[in-house]
Design a protein around this ligand. Structure first.
Ligand code: BG6
Length: 495
């Protein structure tokens, strides 16, 4: 994707929720990596806001532990020192208005470079977005309009209506060009590579449609549980936490038409067209299109782990889903009749994300010694993590006298041995610092994605008596196979 609109470097990067899970595992390590790469503007200060009481030294110790937990001995002491010097920690409750004049005071000095733009990164629960936005306005951060940047983490709202409210509330105080709706999956290299794979190779595009493709599967599996995030997760569930945003973004990039250019809006226009073409799911057939389940106790990497109901902070008898699978159709010329199966879950057998595309069987059964039901169909698979590669599975002749076939895999890793993988947040945070919105989400994408999943969420919110379970460490509940249209379709767990 291209970038043609860059803004002024910020003087201050303010992290709301600096001691929270996201900041700890993603934001602070990514900022450190940007420091190591020399990409943080000279003079940019980082203001870490959190509820925990820390002295300045206490915060620095915490920061050092965060980096050590992430990078171990690879932390470079000089880089870590320069990085630490940028920080000021402020303890406070973001729900109290008294906190904001103090914040204003803290960021009122322009940086040594003369910059005075402030980035506000809302790494907090969606329930607090409105409070922060209103309080920032109260102390005058929205004036002059167009100056500061605000980064809003997903989920953007909890359904269509709340997303629209949040958007209205943001627009009351900020212009669209100041609002960065983040979905870190768009910073993943494989996702960007999917555009290259599809549109820079003439051999792929002719196959990429209902004439050749039987179905598409998108899997984002995690072996982690909910950790310390019960407060957020139990109100959210896998549908809101992952499927409405990350998986839906993957789906749009797989399914979109070639954009007229790689300008941000040209790409977003095509993605929105996909979402608008998705067949609405009537309430009466939610169960045929969506499946939810919750992890029970089990074993992960040889260690016993508790079930979701026994995680600290989770409400008793909750029916919040930690696994969701759904089937969607895109009713346009390219995809009509091709099911897209999406699934994601916590405490699954391993952490692995992939897109698996199954092609149709050839129309003629030519190979005598290989009954048709033994001939594997062709697959194109793209792994997003743990590694990132693209693979094609083809049939070749089994060596020897008979005329049999077997499967061969053509594997294309994206990365050469010496090319280090990058954390998706690095690219996105750098974009925020530089004022480049190309990889951020436009509101109509959010809105249409909610329209697609809202009937499911609404139905589930009324069905609160029962939820399927799966043992931690498995691939989810077997019952999710009921979504498949045909008997010969099944989940691809390994690629
Ligand atoms: C976040 C979700 O957006 O994405 C988490 O809130 C999830 O629940 C995470 O663990 C997964 O991201 P990644 O990059 O590790 O696949």
């Amino acid at each position: 994707m291209s970038n043609n609109e860059k803004g002024a470097n910020p003087a201050h990067f303010v992290i709301f929720g600096a001691t929270g899970n996201l900041a700890t595992i993603k934001l602070l390590p990514s900022l450190y990596n940007l420091e190591a790469a020399g990409r943080i503007p000279a003079g940019m200060r980082i203001l870490a806001l959190g509820r925990q009481e820390h002295t300045h030294e206490g915060w620095l110790e915490h920061l050092s532990k965060v980096l050590h937990d992430k990078f171990g001995d690879k932390v470079n002491r000089d880089v870590a020192n320069t990085f630490a010097e940028r920080f000021t920690y402020m303890a406070g409750d973001l729900r109290t208005p008294e906190f904001y004049p103090i914040l204003k005071e803290a960021v009122s000095k322009p940086s040594s470079s003369g910059a005075d733009t402030v980035v506000f990164y809302l790494s907090i629960g969606p329930g607090d977005f409105n409070t922060v936005i209103n309080n920032l306005d109260e102390v005058g951060f929205s004036q002059p309009r167009g100056k500061h940047r605000i980064v809003v983490e997903k989920p953007f709202g909890t359904d269509l209506e709340t997303a629209q409210q949040l958007n209205r509330s943001l627009h009351k105080h900020f212009d669209e060009q100041q609002i960065y709706r983040i979905d870190h999956y768009l910073g993943k290299e494989t996702v960007q590579n999917l555009l290259v794979f599809r549109f820079a190779n003439t051999m792929i595009e002719p196959l990429w449609n209902r004439n050749y493709i039987n179905h598409v599967q998108i899997t984002v599996a995690e072996d982690l549980g909910i950790g310390t995030r019960a407060d957020y997760y139990d109100k959210s569930g896998a549908m809101r936490d992952m499927l409405q945003n990350h998986l839906m973004q993957l789906l749009t990039v797989v399914a979109m038409e070639p954009p007229s250019s790689l300008e941000a809006d040209a790409v977003r226009d095509e993605k929105v067209k996909v979402l608008k073409s998705m067949r609405p799911i009537p309430k009466s057939s939610v169960n045929a299109h969506a499946f939810r389940a919750q992890y029970a106790a089990g074993t992960i990497k040889g260690q016993p782990v508790v079930g979701y109901q026994d995680e600290v902070g989770v409400e008793k008898n909750t029916v919040t889903e930690t696994f969701v699978a759904a089937k969607f159709y895109i009713d346009n010329w390219r995809w009509r009749g091709v099911p897209f199966y999406l699934r994601t879950g916590k405490r699954l057998a391993k952490t692995q994300s992939h897109i698996a595309i199954r092609l149709r069987h050839p129309p003629q059964h030519l190979f005598q010694n290989t009954p048709l039901d033994q001939i594997e169909p062709n697959w194109i698979t793209l792994e997003l993590q743990p590694s990132d590669f693209m693979q094609m599975e083809l049939q070749v002749k089994t060596p020897g006298l008979g005329m049999g076939t077997r499967q061969a895999k053509l594997n294309a890793p994206y990365r050469l041995g010496n090319e280090a993988p990058m954390e998706s947040y690095e690219a996105l945070i750098l974009d925020v610092i530089q004022g480049d919105k190309t990889l951020f989400i436009r509101f109509d994408e959010v809105e249409w994605a909610w329209r697609v999943v809202d009937p499911i969420i609404k139905t589930w919110s009324q069905e609160r008596e029962f939820i399927h379970t799966y043992p931690a460490g498995s691939w989810g509940a077997d019952e999710s196979s009921r979504l498949f249209d045909c008997e010969d379709q099944e989940w691809r767990n390994e690629i």
